[in-house]
Design a binder for this molecule. Structure first.
Ligand SMILES: Nc1ncnc2c1ncn2[C@@H]1O[C@H](COP(=O)(O)OP(=O)(O)OP(=O)(O)O)[C@@H](O)[C@H]1O
Ligand SMILES: [Mg+2]
Length: 332
């Protein structure tokens, strides 16, 4: 598999997991073309970031990138927002106003939550896709526009087509290339890099001296399921940066200690008694146990073991050096 290395396609997109690299490799192949792209993925997986990346890697990069959320407006407002209106088109239309397609001329338009677009607007969008032409609201004159269309949805468009809520012909036109962004839980090995990136970014934003996350805090972040994906992770880190007393975000600085995060944990940890426990030592033993098990299961293949553990290979190697220094020294 081709590995995505940072800076190659879009340096703002953090992550080295196979799941993300595969999408970025496909994105890179279509970035420089004018082809329509449908970006799918759960909420907060980076659909808009990827759309911007596609635009910035295209010959249109010096022209505008215009984002429109199709779910944010009523049908009439959305139509006028997209295509503009002429004076007198409706009572409040006191002068001509260009739409977002016009604003994006020569560049890229990003149609977010495309599944929410009302059916009669869908046919107007189809016309832009097919003939590169549209009319402003209240006018019959046909205008030409040169815009690349990137659409995004977290809904199942095929399902909407089946329900009659989305035009099938438009679906095929949009779905020339589909880029599906994996959920964060499908690429846990990216969590550490993302969390560190957000620590740096948010510490700078709030002018705090926070530099890192404690090992326990990271462990919890890595094991969560993140229904809100990267946006939710970013919010958690933001909370951590604000609450941290020192240079390191501790577990209790994170807004995460609800039942979901701890579900199942009682099954494999000893209950806390008045004697207390050695938290650091326990975490080290748990880590060592799983690293050993993963290496045994993969006959020592570090790439496969890292995948099983949701780690980057380099992180696994670092952990190995720390956890089993004798074994690493003997092997080299
Ligand atoms: N791989 C990534 N590396 C760094 N930041 C990321 C990455 N993916 C997403 N983000 C950040 O996470 C936040 C959410 O991303 P974005 O808005 O692109 O998601 P989305 O899929 O469009 O979400 P929604 O469906 O809710 O609109 C943004 O602040 C974005 O910069
Ligand atoms: Mg979005």
């Amino acid at each position: 598999m081709t590995r995505h290395s940072p800076g190659e396609f879009c340096e703002e997109i953090i992550g080295q997991s196979d799941a993300l690299s595969a999408v970025l490799a496909r994105a890179e192949r279509v970035a420089s073309t004018d082809c329509t792209v449908l970006v799918t993925g759960e909420t907060g997986t980076g659909k808009e970031l990827l759309a911007r990346g596609l635009h910035m890697a295209s010959p249109r990069r010096s022209r505008p990138f215009v984002a429109v959320n199709c779910a944010a407006m009523s049908k009439d407002l959305l139509e006028s927002e997209l295509f503009g209106h002429v004076q007198g088109a409706f009572t409040t239309a006191v002068r001509n106003r260009d739409g977002r397609f016009q604003a994006a001329d020569g560049g890229t338009i990003f149609l977010d939550e495309i599944g929410e677009m009302p059916l009669d607007l869908q046919s107007k969008l189809l016309r832009v896709l097919q003939f590169k032409e549209f009319s402003m609201v209240g006018e019959t004159k046909v205008r030409q526009v040169d815009v690349r269309i990137i659409a995004a949805t977290n809904a199942d468009l095929k399902d909407l087509v089946r329900q009659g809520a989305f035009r099938q012909d438009l679906y095929y036109r949009l779905n020339v290339v589909q880029l599906r962004l994996p959920a964060l839980r499908e690429r846990r090995s990216d969590i550490e890099a993302l969390a560190c990136h957000f620590v740096e970014k948010l510490a700078a934003k709030y002018d705090r001296q926070v530099r890192a996350l404690s090992p326990e805090a990271l462990l919890v972040l890595r094991n969560r399921d993140w229904p809100g994906n990267i946006r939710e992770l970013e919010n958690a880190v933001e909370h951590g940066v604000l609450m941290a007393a020192g240079e390191e975000i501790q577990l209790e600085d994170l807004p995460l200690m609800d039942a979901e995060d701890l579900a199942g944990i009682e099954d494999f940890v000893r209950p806390l008694t008045d004697d207390g426990i050695d938290l650091q030592g326990t975490l080290r033993r748990i880590e060592a146990h799983y690293i050993r098990a993963a290496l045994e299961q993969t006959a020592g293949n570090k790439n496969q073991a890292a995948t099983l553990l949701g780690l980057n290979r380099t992180t696994l190697v670092e952990k190995l050096k720390r956890t089993f220094p004798e074994a690493v020294a003997a092997a080299s």
